[in-house]
Design a protein. Sequence first.
Lengths: 438, 303
Amino acid sequence: MSKIGIVIQREYTSRVRKKSFLLLTFLMPVMFVALIFVPLYLSSIKDNTVKNIVIYDETGKYFSVFKDTDNYHFIEGGNQVDVSSEIKNNESYATLVITNDLIQNSSAVTLFSTTQVTMEDKNVIIRQLNEFLSEEKLNSFNIPNLKEIIEDSKISVNLQTIKWDESGKETISSSEVATVIGMVFTIIIYMFIFVYGAMVMQGVLEEKTNRIVEVMVSSVKPFQFMMGKIIGIGLVGLTQFFLWVTLIVAIVFVASISLATTQIDAEMIMSTTAAVQDLSTVTTPELSKVQEIFGMVSSINFPELVFYFIVFFIGGYMIYASLFAAIGSMVNAQEDTQQFMLPITLLILFSLYAGMYSVQNPNGPLAFWTSIIPLSSPIVMMVRLPFGIPIWEKLLSVGLLFATVFLMVKLSAKIYRTGILMYGKKPNLKEIWKWLRY
Amino acid sequence: MYFLETKDVVKQYANHRALDKVSIQVPEGKIFGLLGPNGAGKTTLIRIINQITAPDSGEVIFKGRHYLPDDIYNIGYLPEERGLYKKMKVGEQAIYLARLKGLSTDEAKKRIKVWFKKLEIESWWNKKLEELSKGMQQKVQFVTTVIHDPELLIFDEPFSGFDPVNTEMLKNEILELKAKGKTIIFSTHNMASVEEICDDIALINKSKVVLSGNVSEVRSQYKTNIFDVRIAAPELSVNPEIYTLKEEVQNHNGSKLFKIEKVNEQITNSELLSALLGSNEIISFEEEIPSMNEIFIKTVSNE
């Protein structure tokens, strides 16, 4: 095996075998799903306690309005409220006092309690009263069938968005789904570039401070050593990505099967698969929500997206990892990295924000330029891809990216070669410039 | 022809000259001691020989020709500070370093096993480096330095962190390497070990070579012409044309020790001894040759 291969092998295996890598790789998707579903599940658990609310109604009109629910039990108190006895009454949770006709005076109702009432308590009372009062109001107009007329006038438009390509093939598109998927990929690529780039820097710094390079220079050339590290760690990142894709596909597959068998009958499954297979025929309004989402998600070309993710990850990672390697080689201690890290961190963060704004206008000038300029293109391009962009833009972006990779690796290797064996004070810009011109 | 030579090597750092026209000659198959106080420039010279830094002027000559970048693969370097991965297992690490030196995995494993056994560290194969003591780590580093059987070995302070037993073990390994025909450059502060194992030395002080040559020649250069003589009588008879009495040292069981000095260099030791024998009953006779330690301190403090 070539020397660079031996270095790659060590960098890769020593990281992949770490417990923290395995734990993170397998727990991340689980944690991600848990983060969404645990709060949902918790909020769906019903509260079993029943709150007693005593009602004193001076008008005598409203007691019948209140219907008991699972959590609320309404008790008639009478016409006049006896405050002192009500305070001592432990059975009741709160006391509702109505002093006047609510149509004439809508604030003639008060809720007394010894503990702070919740929003839910208020809402239950307001909802029940509002419903009754608006009906009473409507009835007071004396128009026949008014209720039906109002029901009838409530119309909500269901706007479908369909994208067609030059051959006239139609796909149901969804800007929401494209946005979500674009954002997810952008954040993943941002995270990967940052995390794995920083890992390269850590590794270089470790080898420098432990004087490992001094022993290494008698076996490998500094360039081989640096590239071996960058490639090895990059492969760790790709491994993690593939494991995540596999895991997510598996989870979605299992989830959709269990969803299908529990909730949708056989006929529905057939129509769903038909809808997915031939979307152009499915434009009927009775399309179920589930089918619609299936259609929209499958309108995204995932294999293409994953392919570009890998291409842009490799490009972006190589640029930033070689920069990080150069930084690691220049300094002598972790603390000294800050000063050099800052501009790079700003650049990556700028790209992330540019990506987030590009979501709103994926074909605008900000999105266009930042997805062509190599330092931000890997991050911003991931936002734009789900919306579908012309092929020449993709090719230009990838071409420029890899030209920059070539340049960056060359420059960084020059800094690395000198810096890694240099001890003592931090180099200033003038010295770095000298190293570059050796 | 020397195995390795440096000629007028100069290395200038911002405001201090680390090496000032340093020339050393390392003969093939010998152990060459590079001595000097802290900060004299020893490590800078070693780094230049290892191609870690380049000299500002002067040159390194390897086997009689210009020093080439690929010559570095023929050198094994044991740095003063450990250069190993802390989190990596000892065995794996040794195999990794050996493979980078061009050995196949199987060959590397075979050779490492032999060395580990020799240095009594085979039971650490699966331990992480950081679990070992400094001296133990040094043994691992030593194995990785010699594993690819290089012609030139450079040891920078190899004995630091070793107990006497392990120092002895390492010393024997170094002598064994010499017996196999390896050339060894050896930087140290430990003067006793210099006398024991070095053939030649160069003493660097304040960036310059102040003393160099064969160890016994260097020592005889510093001869003081003083001899210790023990005789069975209370008085020493003196022959002022040949020697003078310097000092009466001690009285012990009826014998007495005197320090005498030859009056000039031309008188040989046998002439001196026969002059002594004529008038004294001699028990022992020994020339005082200064130790490397004394020479070191004398040279460095005189500068």
